[in-house]
Write a protein that binds this ligand. Structure first.
Ligand SMILES: [Zn+2]
Length: 299
């Protein structure tokens, strides 16, 4: 985990979860905070060693691997925390993630772990899509929902910090069924980023690339292939499939590793995000039969 400088102002620390950094005079803004205190400590130690300030933290979305280290930064660096609406509410009440993953039922202790629930934080400044100048740091915030409900990617000094709007190709294939809450929104956000032309981009998981458009295209193609596989699976089932079977068959088809309840719930939500997109298109619909949600192809 080494801090790499992209240009005069922008840096990133590449790890399983990337952390961005923007230096502006006596201000220094981190973009995301890693999964826990230990992960972010390794990042800020390097900044300290180079005499670079740590004054602000921008959190792109409320997933524990991106904000778990935020309470450490607040406590030890008194950073001003900036985040998008809705995501900020989840970070203030982080039980909401295990709660929504468990379909609203009070989540069992087993899933209240650091992968799904970070320490709570208070966000100092809520920002939405658009250009913001925060204490002299200019940020272009780009709304990129789909992976999370109200995720913001951040562009500054001609670099795009893309959050989890896309994954590096290696990471995409590693995840097999990438986490998302709506495949439609995900693809729409990717199309939106394709129209940008920054000097380079870095996703939350993956490597920095000067030309990131091929990777965006590969993400779109991948999501479309998952949608196609799901639709075909339902279409060839004469009576449709229960939603639980759709999840089961998709996890088997993509050979995912979902042995723990926490992992399974992430895949279940992701498969649901693909089903939802196909419902929006009118390709699939749901019916309740024998107290089960049945997913059926629409003729
Ligand atoms: Zn995420």
């Amino acid at each position: 985990m080494k801090m790499t400088q992209i240009n005069e102002h922008c840096y990133y620390s590449q790890s399983s979860v990337n952390v961005g950094y923007v230096h502006e005079g006596d201000q220094g803004l981190l973009i995301d905070a890693g999964i826990d205190a230990s992960a972010i400590r390794k990042v800020v130690r390097q900044l300290d060693e180079q005499g670079l300030p740590v004054t602000h933290l921008f959190i792109t979305h409320a997933h524990a691997d991106h904000f778990g280290g935020a309470s450490y930064l607040h406590k030890h660096y008194n950073v001003k925390i900036i985040a998008p609406p809705l995501e900020a509410s989840i970070m203030q009440h982080p039980i909401l993630e295990p709660m929504y993953l468990f379909q609203g039922t009070t989540p069992p202790d087993e899933i209240r772990n650091k992968f799904l629930e970070g320490p709570p934080i208070d966000v100092d400044l809520i920002v939405d899509e658009g250009r913001h100048t925060i204490d002299g740091i200019e940020l272009d915030c780009i709304l990129t929902p789909g992976h999370s409900y109200h995720q913001l990617a951040v562009a500054t000094h001609d670099v795009l910090f893309a959050a989890d709007s896309y994954f590096g190709e290696k990471e995409l294939h590693k995840h097999k069924i990438p986490f998302l809450t709506c495949a439609h929104d995900t693809i729409h956000s990717l199309e939106k980023l394709k129209t940008t032309n920054y000097s380079g981009a870095i996703p939350g998981h993956g490597k920095f690339e000067e030309d990131y458009h091929d990777t965006l295209e590969a993400n779109i193609a991948y999501h479309r292939s998952v949608l196609k596989a799901l639709y075909e699976m339902v279409r060839i089932s004469p009576h449709g499939l229960s939603l639980e079977d759709v999840v089961s068959y998709m996890c088997a088809r993509f050979n995912v590793n979902a042995e723990q309840l926490s992992q399974y719930l992430l895949f279940r939500t992701a498969v649901g995000g693909y089903v939802k997109a196909l419902m929006d298109d009118g390709d699939l619909h749901c019916e309740i039969e024998n107290y089960r949600i049945m997913v059926k192809a629409s003729s």
